[in-house]
Design a protein around this ligand. Structure first.
Ligand SMILES: [Zn+2]
Length: 185
């Protein structure tokens, strides 16, 4: 009997684009998960091009969300991985839920996706063969520039939101990876 994992890997190895879903905590978790499912780690390195992890989180109601000042100490406590490159830009623009007619008094309306994207390249390619843990793979991915799902969520909470245009997040710098890069400018 062929398992779905075997069929997917066979198809990917024969030049088919395969989109498959797994339930794991993060993108890196997909690699040991495949091994646990019986996929040969050598095949994982050849067949997997990229892993995207996603989670849907509640979104504040645009009609009633209220700006709040979040001090630097709290940003440090929650591990906020970005800082403003130019202090003149002020602090990240966080909001708190309020409640209005549009959201039924809830303060939230709809959901938004938070993501992390892990391409299988560089250092990461060899890690399945070493039977590395999800944590080790995740750390390697962050070193290669991956923005973790939690950081993506914090960035979105800080105002990197499609509805808010480009000006509000000018100068956010990511300190989460070795090669400090500007996430938005
Ligand atoms: Zn509302």
């Amino acid at each position: 009997m062929l398992f779905v994992s075997e069929i997917s890997v066979d198809a990917a190895l024969t030049d088919h684009l395969v989109l498959a879903t797994l339930h794991t905590n993060d993108a890196a978790g997909a690699i040991p998960r495949l091994t646990n499912m019986g996929v040969d780690p050598y095949l994982t390195t050849s067949a997997v091009g990229c892993v995207v992890a996603q989670r849907l989180v509640r979104r504040l109601c645009d009609d009633c969300k209220t700006p709040v000042q979040v001090d630097e100490g709290l940003l440090g406590e929650i591990g906020f991985p970005f800082e403003w490159e130019d202090p003149e830009d002020g602090r990240p623009g966080f909001f708190a839920p309020a409640g209005c007619e549009a959201c039924g008094g809830d303060g939230y309306r709809g959901r938004i996706g938070i993501y992390e994207l892990m391409p299988m390249n560089g250092e990461i390619v060899g890690l399945p063969l070493e039977r590395s843990s999800a944590d080790e793979i995740s750390r390697a991915a962050v070193r290669a520039g991956m923005v973790k799902m939690r950081a993506d969520g914090l960035l979105k909470a800080a105002g990197d939101h499609p509805d808010r245009g480009g000006a509000s997040h000018h100068g956010l710098v990511n300190h989460g990876s070795a090669g400090k890069h500007i996430v938005k400018s």
